[in-house]
Write a protein that binds this ligand. Structure first.
Ligand SMILES: Cc1cc2nc3c(=O)[nH]c(=O)nc-3n(C[C@H](O)[C@H](O)[C@H](O)COP(=O)(O)OP(=O)(O)OC[C@H]3O[C@@H](n4cnc5c(N)ncnc54)[C@H](O)[C@@H]3O)c2cc1C
Length: 269
């Protein structure tokens, strides 16, 4: 859906000037699902010409609002950051295939850095269904978590297990180490586990291999540079495998961004 959305809030998420919270109001909120994204035109001008994809981090249907959380990276997000409250944004979306929201069992979320943003909407949807959810989240240091919305997770009441590279918060190390420890400590009453992960490709590959050895069902949200967002330009194609193990192209924009982990070919050059 091509639509205009009104900017309801646009501010820093924490102390880091480069991480922003953008709340948009409009029709797109009616259909949005966790894991989908908005393809946003940062400006009416020719530069930047292409839309920028940002995941939906929160859905409030009653108020017709969607929240995205983003890090300013280059020209597109810089221009977007200047859009004031009250302004209108040209938005394509919600786009893509989102996460499956389990109704039973246990949901485990694994996030690397700002890959946590799309998982927030999934955690909120799972909470509505009373599905027990835990977030395993790895980041650089304590300041990163404060700046990337740790308080939003605390507000939601999701149990958290954190890892930092420097040990300043949670366990020192990688998020995959947290998963390993959690698995060892699980008690006998084992509910089916559904996992969802988002983060850097290396982390997703490691989580995917780990989940495979434990026979845990895993969905991953991928990021690729994309242009049209509608499956036409193939700019966001990456390699996957079909159910017979044959190589195939995956379009992150329309086949994803959420995929079953086994659909993705992690070792594609
Ligand atoms: C489906 C999807 C959902 C996303 N959700 C979020 C989100 O919720 N929050 C968020 O902060 N970011 C998200 N991103 C990444 C975000 O789209 C890019 O950071 C943004 O497009 C960069 O645009 P720019 O003009 O600011 O930077 P550019 O000048 O275009 O790029 C700056 C740097 O970022 C790299 N880059 C650009 N686009 C991407 C991309 N799509 N993926 C990986 N690297 C990229 C470039 O290679 C370059 O090094 C998402 C990407 C996808 C595909």
């Amino acid at each position: 859906m091509l639509t205009n959305m009104r900017v309801i809030a646009h501010e820093r998420l924490g102390d880091d000037v480069n991480i922003r919270r953008l709340v948009l109001e409009g029709e797109a909120a009616a259909e949005a699902q966790p894991g989908q994204f908005l393809h946003i035109r940062a400006a009416d001008a020719l530069d930047p010409l292409l839309r920028r994809p940002l995941s939906i981090a929160a859905i409030d249907r009653s108020q017709r609002r969607l929240t995205v959380l983003y890090r300013i990276k280059g020209r597109g997000t810089q221009v977007l950051a200047a859009v004031p409250v009250g302004g209108m944004l040209d938005v394509l979306g919600p786009l893509g295939r989102g996460f499956q929201v389990p109704s039973t069992g246990e949901l485990i979320l694994a996030a690397g850095g700002i890959g946590v943003f799309p998982l927030l909407a999934l955690a909120a949807a799972a909470a509505e269904r009373q599905v027990k959810t835990t977030l395993f989240w790895g980041g650089e240091d304590r300041a990163f978590f404060d700046n990337a919305g740790l308080r939003l997770w605390r507000d939601l009441g999701t149990p958290l297990s954190l890892a930092t590279m420097d040990g300043s918060l949670g366990r020192k190390g990688l998020v995959t180490e947290l998963l390993g420890l959690w698995w060892q400590e699980r008690t006998a009453a084992k509910e089916p586990v559904f996992m969802a992960a988002c983060g850097p490709a290396g982390m997703l590959k490691a989580v995917s291999l780990w989940a495979q050895t434990k026979a845990v069902s895993l969905e991953v949200s991928l990021e690729e540079r994309m242009a049209c967002g509608l499956g036409a330009c193939l700019g966001c194609a990456c390699q996957g495998r079909d159910s017979e193990g044959r190589l195939k192209n995956l379009k992150v924009c329309t086949d994803g961004p959420v995929f079953k982990a086994e659909e993705v070919e992690w070792d594609a050059g």
